[in-house]
Each structure stands twice: as C-alpha cells, then as structure tokens.
Design a protein around this ligand. Sequence first.
Ligand code: 3PG
Length: 393
Amino acid sequence: MTIRTLDALGDVAGARVFVRADLNVPLHDGVVGDDTRIAAMVPTARELLERGARLVVASHLGRPKGTVVEDLRLAPVGRVLAERLGTRVTTLDEVTPDTLPNDDVVLLENLRFDPGEEANDVTFAGALAEYADAYVDDAFGAVHRAHASVAALPELLLASGRRAVAGRLVQREVDVLGRLLHDPARPFVAILGGAKVSDKLGVIASLTERVDALVIGGAMAFTLIAAEGGKVGASLLEQDRLDDVKSALTAARERGVTVHLPSDVVAAPAIEAAAPTDVVAAEAVPEGLMGLDIGPATIAAFTDALAGAGSILWNGPMGVFELEPFAAGTRAVAHACAESGAFTVVGGGDSLAAITREGLAGAFDHLSTGGGASLEFLEGRSLPGLAILEDDA
Ligand code: 3PG
C-alpha cells in the first residue's frame, strides 16, 4: 500500500493544517499517565511548524459517546503536548468554535463530545473543514474507525481540491507493519496473547498465511488447548469458538506453520496476588484452578522459538502480568524478544506497558501506537483512514 505523506503536501507556509492525532492517552485524576502517543506525533507537528504552517490539532479521548464528559477534556493533554513540542498550545473547550484563535498550535476539544464524530456525519465534518486548508492524519490508532475526522473530513477536503496526507507516524506504522506482512526477515515468528481468542481469530488467519511460527500464550491459549482435547479447569474458555479455533489450527499446520502452545501454566483458584499458586500441565488444569501465566517449561520453549527469529511480532501478554505472581511469562517474553537479534515489532497496550515496565522500550525496533488499528491492519483489512490517503485515492 502506498499512501500520500507530508512529502506530497506541498507548500504550507501560512496555511492552516488540520492534524488528526490520536492523543487517547490514560488520564489519572487529570494527569496524563503514559504520554507515548503524544510524543509520537511531535515529529509531524514540528515538521509542519518548521514549514510555516499553523496547526489545528484534533483528537478523541476515551469514549464519551457524543456528550461532554468533564473528565475527558483534552486540557491536560494540551499541557503535555506544549511541553513535548516546546511551544505554546492553545487548548479550546469547544469542538467546533465559531472562530479559531490565530495561534500557531490550537488543540480542539475532544472530538467525541460531538455525536457527529462517531456517526461520520458530513455536517460535522463540514464544520471541521472550515479550519483546514490541508489535512494530515497522524492518528494511526484511529485509522480503523470510520469516524468524521478520519473518513468524512479528508474525503470532503479532497473533493474541494484541498490536500489530505499521512503524517510521519502513520507513514512509519504503515511502512513497518506493511513490511512485516509482505516482506519479513525470516523466520517470522508471531507471539499472540491476551484474554480472548475471539479478538484474535482474524489476525491468526491472516498471520497463518505469512509466519513461520505462531507462539500463543495468555488466557486465549486455553480455547486452543481445549480444542486439542485438553482439560483447562476453570481457565477462561470460549466454548462457542472451539470450532473456529480447530479450523485455525488445522489451517496453520497445513501451511507448515509451527504452532507453539503452553505445555505448563501457573494456576490459581482466583485472580488475586495472594492466591496460592501451582505449576500444572496446561492440558490437565485441575478443576477449580485457572491458568494465569505460562509456566517455566513453556517459558524455556517460547524463548527457544524466539531465539533464531528474523522478525518477531508480539501482541498481547502471556498472563495476568499486572499481578506479580503471574508476571514472569510476559516478562520473559519481553526479554527474549529484546535479546533475539530479530526485527521486533510490538502492538497492543498491555504488551507495551510490560515492555515499558521492564525498561526495554529502547530495545525494540518498533512500538506500534495502534492497538485495534494494528491488529486490523495485520488482518489485511482495508482501513477507512488509510484508504482515503492511498496514492490513487
Ligand atoms: C485506541 O486507543 O486504540 C485508539 O485511540 C482508538 O480508540 P477506540 O477503540 O475508542 O476507537
């Protein structure tokens, strides 16, 4: 896929450029937690400012569902953006004010306070278009959403002869994830984890066409283990997905993909840090116990599987890593990736949090800012926010 980038934006000196960013960051009591997504759009903002543009930055924050939610105002985000950019940011408390201040960087209020955003409403997009001589999408985390600021707005601008291109963050995400899909260094190993296999069936199907090995941990592994005839005790099991999972495993094996499933797990009667734990066989979890992390034999096998990889894609934790007794598997996988020498790409908030906690962020080649967006990209789907930026669009 080739998309138009800032290189195709032309002269923007004195122009007002609408920058759709994904500043959907965690807020705790009005303070920004992890500011990775804010930092990630700074190169685009700086480049545009250096080229003489004035910026109208817009983002969603959380899911306020079309009404004003005081805790989801963007003011705290604006303060961090100003620090990161090293310039003044004027944060407005309205999404579509009648007039905009003439400042260099203006941040609109949370787009999702207006019901028109999620409805992909053309009238709302028209109001946003009033602020835009040109449009830059740097919100990779939102490119899978057919929302007004992602889809209807650039469409409207293009129809009226204005330019719409991708920012540097979206450009890099598409480059890196695209390369993994189409031209990965081999062996290409994908590690998938997290709670629900139903969220990952699409990506398993797509990756099966491309990877040499699939490494599967987290609670989602239990539906695969059960599909192979294992007894998973009280572990999370998606009974209604057993047939889908069986077909996915058969397809993977038919294509010669090696599938690594846990052989042992750390099990407990409850998801509590103080619960007694035991290491048990993954396909014979006793009644009343649930598997909450991969066990030591699995850690060794997964580490081996990663050691010779040319490319690694990782999405989803190996266990309930927020609780120390169930964190070892995720931690070990983070270190194994970092030490593998492979080209390493990570997506998904939980895996990223684990890597940051281990102080390993700098050891990975690419940390994707898109959770759902990177999964849908890797599923090979056409995403509305990217389709509109395609070179032949
Ligand atoms: C994300 O956090 O993955 C993006 O910001 C998209 O948010 P959403 O899932 O609420 O659309």
